[in-house]
Design a binder for this molecule. Structure first.
Ligand code: C2E
Ligand code: CA
Ligand code: CA
Length: 557
């Protein structure tokens, strides 16, 4: 290869050389149907450059070129532009060679979530137009962008249909806004304690005269990809503010409405300022607007987003985390951002009937949220059984087909479901803060993050006459004090040191009894003239005769 045919960074062919050579090779291979084109693209390469600088970015690209050279020796390969590479090869066992490159890149990308993606097109016979061929390979590659479980895709016809729809969305978006093809549907949010509607979520619908009803699943992503999504979101919020403003003007009971913001909105516009303008235009109090941000939004531009979230909250809006549990950085987000409400992703409920683990997960999320001072809402509730369970664990609000699917407001109203008086909302929100799952549900946990248990609990080991206290919680210490004994200060400390011998004998006999039993045992005794109750259950035993019992103590009145 001559130098003007080469990409100076990687030494692979450059774009124009690749196109020329590929066209020539295709002539020779005409009609063979054996040739395949691979298009490679790095997902998230920008972040890599941002974090490690251009120099390292260039090294990364060279690394990819080396991998391609090794996996496809002697084949035509090129860096087309930026982080885009192409290879022309035969289709036999192609996946193996492509995967060699994809796997190799995983070692190069450091801590950045930069994945290499590959799209493959095997041209039908008699397609000589290399530009078209490369477009199709690229289309396959783009279709799996940001799909974290998929790095390789072959071109097929469905991609073409998707593309047509995508182009339609892009070209007709403004027309759709102007002609109100885009409408806002409302789905009730229902308070579990009262079964009353306590708010709505606004969801966009596009009723297209040609394509029919388009789901947000189709157009949101497209609008994001061409950076128009903020216009849709502001359109929806305008509609919502007008609705609430009219309710207030007409002396009706206004309701709060949650609106969805996309991750990109925050980069495309000053959402806070824009929403404030709309709020003022229709004279809507901020507390009636809830801002939903999806978890995936939190990956990018963390600092910017944190400031925006705080700004909304400082000005009286509630900020809700949408789709909680669906992403991978979930739990960390809870300490890094402040949210008023966790919306639990509906996927947890999908297996509700089949997998009992689901209940534990849901209960644990609700418990966690409340201990952190957040409200909870479960999405996708479809059955009465799910509803009763969520109510029982103290999940405050639910949303789902059980009550209503998203509908035009007029149709929701026709369902005639009872609606909460907005003046009572603060009252019910305060009730919702109670953690019914806690063993200290009476505790006021305002602004404090402390783990406290009121149950006096210890784990004791017993071997013959000897008793060791392996673990005791604070409440156990309080119990000991209340019956005139001291808390063991160092562990393992022998309980014997603190309990008078005559009481200890009873306790030892009791524990010995538990050690032989398969169920929970209970006894009452007097310690320093205090009536006490002990419950215990064997939890494990060793082959040297040591048995461990879990022990709960209660001082009786
Ligand atoms: P999301 O915010 O998680 O909205 C909930 C989705 O679940 C809605 O789908 C709703 O119709 C559906 N759903 C509600 N209850 C049930 C149920 O009981 N069972 C089942 N299977 N599904 C239920 P939809 O309206 O198709 O919206 C999909 C996603 O599109 C939304 O997910 C949201 O992320 C996005 N979206 C919708 N409207 C907007 C918008 O105006 N702006 C932005 N940025 N995103 C929007
Ligand atoms: Ca939402
Ligand atoms: Ca959601």
């Amino acid at each position: 290869m001559e130098s003007h045919q080469k990409d100076s960074l990687t030494g692979l062919a450059n774009l124009s050389h690749f196109m020329e050579e590929a066209a020539a090779l295709m002539q020779q291979e005409a009609d063979s149907g054996r040739v395949a084109f691979v298009f490679f693209d790095v997902d998230n390469f920008k972040s890599f450059n941002k974090k490690y600088g251009f120099q390292n970015g260039n090294e990364f690209l060279k690394g990819i070129a080396d991998l391609i050279g090794k996996a496809f020796p002697g084949r035509l390969s090129a860096r087309l532009t930026d982080d885009h590479f192409a290879v022309m090869d035969y289709k036999e066992n192609l996946d193996e060679r492509v995967n060699m490159v994809l796997d190799g890149v995983k070692e190069l990308r450091r801590s950045i979530n930069a994945e290499l993606k590959a799209g493959v097109y095997v041209p039908d016979s008699a397609i000589y137009n290399i530009a078209l061929v490369m477009d199709r390979a690229r289309m396959a590659c783009e279709s799996i962008k940001r799909a974290y479980d998929r790095n390789l895709r072959y071109y097929d016809w469905s991609l073409e249909q998707g593309l047509r729809l995508k182009n339609h969305v892009i070209s007709d978006f403004h027309t759709a806004l102007d002609n109100h093809y885009i409408q806002v549907f409302y789905q009730p949010e229902v308070r579990t304690l009262t079964k009353q509607i306590c708010g709505y979520e606004a969801l966009a619908r596009w009723k297209d005269p040609v394509y029919g009803m388009l789901s947000p699943a189709v157009f949101i992503e497209v609008l994001e990809s061409v950076h128009l999504i903020h216009l849709l979101d502001l359109y929806v919020i305008d509609e919502v503010c007008r609705l609430i403003g009219n309710m207030i003007k007409n002396g009706e009971n206004p309701v709060s409405v949650s609106v969805n913001l996309s991750r990109l909105d925050f980069q495309l516009a000053d959402m806070f300022e824009e929403i404030e303008k709309l709020r003022e235009k229709y004279d809507v109090p901020a507390r009636l607007l809830n801002i939903e941000v999806t978890e995936s939004a939190l990956d990018a531009e963390a600092e910017l987003l944190r400031r925006q979230i705080d700004r909304f909250r400082e000005n009286g809006y509630e900020v809700w985390m949408d789709d909680f549990g669906s992403g991978y950085s979930t739990l960390n987000n809870l300490k890094d951002y402040h949210f008023d409400v966790l919306k639990i992703d509906m996927n947890f409920l999908r297996d509700f009937g089949k997998k009992p683990q689901t209940r534990i997960i849901l209960a644990t999320i609700v418990d966690l949220a409340k201990e952190l001072g957040m409200h909870t809402l479960a999405e996708g509730v479809e059955t009465k059984e799910q509803f009763s369970f969520l109510r029982a664990i103290g999940c405050e609000k639910i949303q789902g087909y059980l009550f209503s699917k998203p509908l035009p407001l007029k149709e929701v109203k026709e369902l005639d479901l009872p609606v909460e008086d907005v003046r009572q909302s603060a009252y019910y929100n305060a009730l919702g803060r109670v953690n019914v799952l806690s063993d200290s549900p009476l505790r006021d946990r305002d602004g404090e993050y402390r783990l406290v248990s009121r149950i006096s609990f210890a784990i004791v080991e017993q071997k013959g006459e000897h008793i060791d206290c392996l673990y005791a919680n604070k409440a156990f210490g309080v119990f000991l004090q209340s019956v005139g004994l001291e808390m063991p200060s160092t562990l393992p400390a022998a309980l014997e040191r603190y309990i008078p011998v005559e009481d200890l004998r009873i306790l030892r006999d009791f524990l010995a009894h538990c050690s032989r039993s398969d169920k929970e045992e209970r006894m009452e005794c007097i310690i320093n003239s205090n009536r006490c109750s002990f419950s215990a259950r064997r939890v494990a035993s060793r082959n040297d005769g040591v048995v461990a019992n879990a022990l709960v103590a209660v001082r009786l009145p």
